[in-house]
Design a protein around this ligand. Structure first.
Ligand SMILES: NC(=O)N[C@@H](CC(=O)O)C(=O)O
Ligand SMILES: [Zn+2]
Ligand SMILES: [Zn+2]
Length: 428
């Protein structure tokens, strides 16, 4: 069964512009890419007319929460992968802070089997570093790798004990697996939810200092240097972390890092007040100075990729008030339009730069066989309308949850068709 995608606009990196092309997909892979000026005989193939819209390699999101098993009132594999597909993502890597925690081979298999049955995009599971993410005892890394886990992380909490982290890194290194770290020193946080900054001072609330994140980054790059493991830093939000990662990279430590759209676009000074928990996420929105630092870190390659940290929570949970509501915001269905509108349409980034940080770079860092638009690559593709402006309407999300601070934002760059292994999995 083959498929033609006609009249797509493809980014040409050398030329620095979009060019019209037709793409033929066969047996789940890109069979050929031909010039838009050529007339093609589509024969009996299925045809999608891209009508001049952008055709990109499918987006890759290496940090998401699917909440399955155990928190299916927030999200599950069926709805999470649909939400991802609607956002143009074709590969996502899910975090193990589920219930049970993904800390046993059976739970890794549960995620993979359920994805096979009910998922519509590729799902790569991470497994926990410590049993139940409690920080006390390492999981069975070899068995978890064997079951299909792609890396180890206790995302949701930091690994507090340095020796535990060092042991985890040494073991991961021996298995050629990465360690992915949520960097947070609990002793510096103690119940706060907003960053230490103008917002916390104005409201007289305790703030989360930048060092709570950067102390773990600093500790861990030293441990990564000592063990030689591939160490990846989650959701970088502070100037200090960017500085430490830049230094570690400059001396050849095997460190990579990610940043989220909300940390690139919002600061604590944008938080409207104390009564909307959709502005509460971990790490918190930092100061404008940190926002500038993470933007520059992404631009100079210190931060390798963009991830959403899609963290769905129910409306009821988010209505508990800022102190009691859980941390996190959904991300799949707004990520590309936000970044396209605010960084590409404004002229700060080229389209190629944004696409690279959402496709090629995560594929390079995690050695994935996808994320490139070329002959022979898996036909994981996203078609995006770059022209139509529309306001973010959380009521239309395919996610079970709609916890976002971006409701009402007028954006361009909405995905219209998502293709995985040559099959259309979502179309507007
Ligand atoms: N980012 C968040 O605010 N929340 C995440 C946990 C995490 O990513 O640390 C969640 O699981 O809800
Ligand atoms: Zn985290
Ligand atoms: Zn997370």
């Amino acid at each position: 069964m083959s498929l033609w995608i006609l009249n797509g606009s493809l980014w040409n990196e050398e030329a620095g512009k979009l060019e019209t092309k037709h793409i033929r997909v066969s047996e789940g892979r890109i069979a050929e890419i031909v010039e838009g000026s050529e007339s093609v005989d589509t024969g009996s193939a299925e045809v999608v007319d891209a009508k001049g819209n952008l055709v990109s390699a499918g987006f890759i999101d290496m940090h998401v929460h699917l909440r399955d098993p155990g928190f299916e009132h927030k999200e599950d594999i069926a709805t999470g992968t649909r939400s991802a597909a609607k956002g143009g993502f074709t590969t996502i890597a899910c975090m193990p802070n589920t219930r049970p925690v993904i800390d046993k081979p059976e739970t890794v298999k549960y995620v993979l089997d359920k994805t096979e049955r009910e998922g519509i995009v590729k799902v790569l599971p991470y497994a926990a570093i410590t049993k139940n993410e409690l920080g006390r005892e390492l999981t069975d890394f070899a068995a978890l790798k064997e079951a299909g886990a792609i890396g180890f992380t206790d995302d949701g909490v930091g690994v507090q004990n340095a020796q535990m982290m060092k042991n985890a890194m040494a073991l991961a290194k021996s298995l050629d697996m990465p360690v992915i770290a949520h960097c947070e020193d609990d002793t510096l946080v103690e119940g706060a939810w907003a960053t230490e900054g103008a917002f916390s001072r104005k409201h007289g609330i305790k703030g989360i200092p930048n060092e709570s994140e950067a102390i773990h980054v600093g500790r861990d790059v030293l441990l990564a240097e000592a063990t030689g493991v591939h160490y990846h830093v989650c959701h970088v939000s502070t100037e200090q972390s960017v500085r430490l990662i830049r230094l570690a990279k400059s001396i050849g430590v095997s460190v990579t890092a990610e940043v989220c759209p909300h940390h690139l676009l919002l600061s604590d000074e944008d938080i409207p007040g104390l009564d909307d928990a959709n502005w509460k996420m971990n790490p918190p929105l930092r100061t404008p100075r940190d926002v500038q630092a993470v933007i520059e870190g992404l631009e100079d390659g210190t931060l390798d990729m963009i991830v959403t940290d899609h963290a769905p929570h129910s409306a009821e949970e988010k209505a508990r008030g800022v102190d009691l509501a859980p941390f996190g915001i959904v991300g799949f269905e707004t990520a590309f339009p936000l970044l396209y509108t605010k960084f590409v349409a404004t002229g700060r980034w080229t389209l190629g730069f944004l696409l690279q940080r959402m496709t090629k770079d995560p594929a390079r860092v995690f050695r994935l066989d996808t994320g490139r638009l070329e002959q022979g690559a898996p036909a994981d593709l996203t078609i995006v309308d770059l022209e139509t402006e529309r306001a973010v309407d959380p009521a239309t999300f395919l996610s079970k949850s709609s916890n976002t601070p971006f409701g009402g934002w007028k954006l361009k760059g909405w995905p219209v068709t998502t293709i995985v292994n040559g099959k259309i999995v979502w179309a507007e």
